[in-house]
Design a protein around this ligand. Structure first.
Ligand SMILES: NC(=O)c1ccc[n+]([C@@H]2O[C@H](COP(=O)([O-])OP(=O)(O)OC[C@H]3O[C@@H](n4cnc5c(N)ncnc54)[C@H](OP(=O)(O)O)[C@@H]3O)[C@@H](O)[C@H]2O)c1
Length: 272
């Protein structure tokens, strides 16, 4: 889809990937509805985009049903949108027993429930042809120790994307699933970065991820996995999960040391 002149609702616009995506989309000539929780951050972003007057800030807490409803009923949205990007996300890297119930709940709400309910609310507002892009993760295809809840949420988002795309066949609306690998943003804790450094996991810049997402929108790519070997492992895990079980078992003690690192666990507890 050509992006010039298209109205794009982008959730999580104030985050690392969100900001880079907003800039990349605005450079293509799209008009943006920028969603996040902090109006000041969104306004700062809007002012830095080309043609700031073309874009609008729609602050909302996606965990709140009232905020989601207000977002769906806002003037900017009721005029119609061409593209919805469900990008807002939440992630905790810790052993399951070290995660607070509130942290588990937040990941499931922000990564699964909110995109599903927002998509349901916005479908009648979508112009045709239209695109919905759900931002998944490599962890939406590979169950990884320390990310059990995050993986559960991203596997669910992938299933939702696939089923909804098939459900909407012939409607003029397509659902794209876009899965980055580790990306340098504030989503990841210091422990997650330390683990990645120790085991040699590559991380991408948010600008690279945004450029890939824009390319996937233009080409209407149904499924895109970023990174080698992540994209390969995602497929291998689907076909031969036992091989991936064995590969990850070899790294178990290293992953556990970082996930159970007391400062990592304490930092998460303080956030709540
Ligand atoms: N970074 C990675 O390594 C990586 C890898 C694969 C996939 N992803 C996925 O990419 C997406 C973007 O991640 P990121 O790395 O850019 O994360 P980030 O920098 O932490 O940004 C997260 C965004 O989500 C928003 N958000 C969180 N909770 C919200 C809530 N309750 N209501 C409304 N907005 C909320 C944040 O808004 P506030 O500014 O208001 O907090 C922020 O804009 C996520 O879906 C993530 O799972 C990231």
């Amino acid at each position: 889809m050509k992006l010039a002149g298209k109205v794009v609702l982008l959730t999580g616009a104030s985050g690392g990937i969100g900001e880079a995506l907003a800039k990349a989309l605005a450079n293509q000539g799209a008009s943006l509805l920028l969603q996040g929780r902090q109006l000041a951050r969104l306004e700062q972003l809007r002012a830095a985009l080309p043609y700031p007057d073309r874009h609008h800030c729609l602050p909302a807490d996606l965990a709140s049903a009232r905020d989601r409803e207000q977002l769906g009923q806002s003037q900017e949205v009721t005029r119609g949108i061409d593209i919805l990007i469900n990008n807002a996300g939440s992630n905790v890297f810790a052993w399951l027993e070290d995660q607070l119930p509130s942290q588990i709940h937040e990941q499931l709400v922000i990564n699964v429930e909110a995109p599903i309910l927002l998509t349901r609310a916005l479908l009648p507002r979508m112009r045709k042809p239209g695109l919905i892009m759900n931002i998944g993760s490599s962890f939406g295809a590979i169950g990884y120790p320390g990310y059990s809840v995050y993986c559960a949420s991203k596997f669910a988002l992938r299933g939702f994307s696939e089923a909804l795309h098939r459900e909407l066949h012939g409607s003029g609306i397509q659902v794209l699933h876009f899965a980055p690998r580790a990306t340098r943003t504030r989503l990841n804790s210091e422990a997650a970065y330390a683990l990645n450094a120790e085991i040699g996991t590559q991380t991408d810049s948010a600008d690279f991820v945004a450029a890939q997402a824009v390319d996937a929108l233009i080409r209407e790519t149904r499924r895109r996995w970023l990174g080698w070997p992540e994209a390969f492992f995602a497929r291998l895990n689907g076909l031969f999960p036992g091989l991936v079980d064995r590969a990850l078992a070899k790294q178990h003690s290293i992953i556990a040391r970082h996930a159970r690192n007391s400062s990592n666990v304490a930092a998460h507890h303080q956030e709540i």
